[in-house]
Design a protein around this ligand. Structure first.
Ligand SMILES: O=C(O)CCC(=O)C(=O)O
Ligand SMILES: [Fe+2]
Length: 185
């Protein structure tokens, strides 16, 4: 799996957590308050990005446990390939039916603080006809298409181009970034 990541810049981990943890994250994702997401320059443009988000903080105790697991994974990447990760951040995201997120990279132009993007999905019984797949152009130039299935974690180099296809069902996920900059707190 780690070989995949080093070779293609993309790695998929299915059956990531135990059943209780998955249910707890699904429950928390279902009752928190979401706000419209914005582009990096601050405006809302639903034709580019249609998700509604909630950053994980003290008000999301289950999400904080998720974030702690991702931080351990970051420490592991630092140990095995000197990834230089210093902190992680994450938000729940909800894409209403009819929305997606067009081709983009997770670092704004001229920036490189995000090292690895990790998206964790919360959707039971997702099929191809539900739409909402993530497409990632990997380091070899191949387009990988992955469905947002519950308990799947997709990790990719934050400099890779990716998009979320228009979803035909409400789509829940946690978007996570492993960053090289210091914690500002
Ligand atoms: O939800 C996904 O599959 C990816 C989301 C994404 O690309 C982002 O929030 O930057
Ligand atoms: Fe992204």
């Amino acid at each position: 799996m780690l070989d995949d990541f080093l070779h293609t810049g993309v790695m998929v981990v299915d059956d990531c957590f135990g059943a209780d943890a998955v249910r707890a994250l699904q429950t928390e994702s279902g009752y928190i308050d979401y706000k419209d997401a914005h582009l990096t320059h601050g405006e809302r443009e639903v034709s580019i990005r249609g998700d509604r988000i909630r950053w994980i903080d003290d008000a999301c105790p289950v999400g904080l446990r998720y974030l702690a697991s991702i931080e351990s994974l970051g420490r592991y990447f630092n140990a095995v390939f000197y990834a230089g990760i210093r902190r992680c951040e994450a938000h729940y995201a909800c894409y209403p039916s009819g929305f997606g997120y067009q081709w983009h990279k997770d670092n704004p132009a001229g920036r490189d603080e995000r090292v690895i993007s990790a998206v964790y999905y919360l959707n039971d019984d997702w099929t191809d006809s539900d739409g909402g797949a993530i497409l990632v152009v990997d380091k070899l130039g191949n387009e990988q298409k992955l469905l947002p299935k519950a308990n799947r974690l997709v990790l990719f180099d934050s400099d890779l181009l990716h998009q979320v296809n228009i979803t035909h069902r409400t789509r829940f996920s946690i978007a996570t970034w492993m960053r090289r900059d210091d914690d500002v707190l």
